[in-house]
Design a protein around this ligand. Structure first.
Ligand code: ATP
Ligand code: MG
Length: 343
């Protein structure tokens, strides 16, 4: 019997649009002779609709106005267990952070990607650091700022950041994604502005020393025996790989494989698999590193448990370069979800 799959897209996250493009790409590439596919769009307000219209309308966002092809209360597709597997093609909060995962687990439907703990952990940059430092994984030095502490001890906090990290620093909301709310500060004035910007998105902020680094990314796939694809490299068009550079700026380039000697490619891949396992990832994740341009030292940066899945995204491209075509990748992700079966 054919597996019934729900593809979820959109949602309340700041990465709503990216999710639409990712989902459109999954829908164009999935082998629809193998699955019965239900497409579910979630609006920015959090309303769920089954969508029966075109993939182009999903990509552009027009689907929301296409009332003829929209059916209300699509959350019932999950609650009534009308599908065997959920593929949440959703990035950021309420998609990648353990919330949808918790819902699927509660209902008892297998889903693509890591489980509740791992999704929530990897979404939170501060807690990811706390966990990995116990295992001696090299990371940029950092200071954690909470909204409460910022309002209470601003001066002390500024001194702590400046003495521990100096400038430049990166300021990141702990729970965010796609560089939203992230800035780089070169002095105290920019630090304060950056913290206030980041506090719009989260009450917990990570301030991190800025490395002069290349960006290396590894696609990992699997449950108990995860495999890594060949590492890739991002050549950002701007000072850092921010939201615009990522999605609007054609000049940012992906280099596959990364411009590294074979031993280094292997070393980074193995480190990515180790981190994947330490963070209890299952199904898939993209593990990102910063590599010091001078020393060649590799620093862990972050894990994306539902990495960008557009036609031009690193995750599917890395697998393609490693011999796994997009439709096959989707098949394997669905098989891994069924194999894990919410355990
Ligand atoms: N410590 C650092 N030193 C140098 N550059 C950094 C540092 N931290 C972040 N960057 C730059 O900022 C970009 C965004 O940072 P980061 O990847 O941590 O955030 P993100 O928004 O969660 O990204 P994603 O969309 O991949 O989830 C990185 O791709 C890199 O260009
Ligand atoms: Mg990133």
């Amino acid at each position: 019997m054919m597996n019934k799959i729900a593809i979820l897209f959109g949602g309340k996250s700041t990465e709503h649009e990216v999710s639409r493009v990712s989902a459109a790409s999954v829908l164009r590439n999935i082998d629809d002779s193998k699955y019965e596919i239900r497409v579910v769009g979630i609006t920015r307000e959090g309303n769920w609709y089954e969508y029966l219209g075109s993939i182009d309308n999903i990509e552009s966002g027009l689907w929301e106005k296409d009332n003829e092809n929209k059916k209300e209360n699509a959350q019932n597709i999950l609650f009534n267990k009308e599908v065997d597997v959920v593929f949440p093609v959703m990035h950021g909060l309420y998609g990648e952070d353990g919330t949808i995962q918790g819902l699927c687990k509660l209902i008892g439907i297998p889903f693509v990607g890591p489980g509740v703990l791992s999704s929530a952990l990897c979404m939170d940059k501060v807690y990811t650091k706390y966990v990995l430092e116990n295992f001696g994984i090299k990371q940029a030095n950092y200071v954690v700022v909470t909204e409460y502490n910022y309002n209470k001890n601003k001066d002390k906090l500024m001194q702590e950041i400046e003495s521990k990290l100096g400038y430049d620093v990166f300021i990141k909301p702990s729970n965010s994604g796609s560089s939203v709310g992230i800035t780089k500060a070169h002095n105290r004035e920019e630090l304060i502005r950056g913290l206030e910007e980041a506090l719009k998105y989260d009450r917990k902020i990570l301030v991190e020393e800025a490395l002069n680094a290349r960006e290396i990314e590894v696609a990992v796939l699997g449950n108990d025996e995860p495999q890594g694809a060949v590492p890739g490299e991002i050549i950002p068009a701007k000072e850092f790989y921010d939201f615009e550079a990522k999605y609007q700026d054609e000049a940012s380039k992906l280099l596959i494989p990364a411009n590294l000697v074979d031993e280094k490619l292997q070393e980074v891949k193995e480190l990515a698999i180790k981190i994947y396992t330490l963070l209890d990832c299952q199904g898939m994740s993209r593990v990102d590193f910063l590599m010091d341009k001078e020393t060649g030292e590799v620093y862990f940066n972050e894990v994306n448990t539902l990495p960008g899945f557009t036609q031009i995204s690193m995750y599917p491209k890395l697998w393609e370069a490693s011999g796994k075509k997009y439709p096959q990748l989707i098949d394997e992700l669905i098989e891994l979800a069924i194999e894990r079966n919410n355990k």
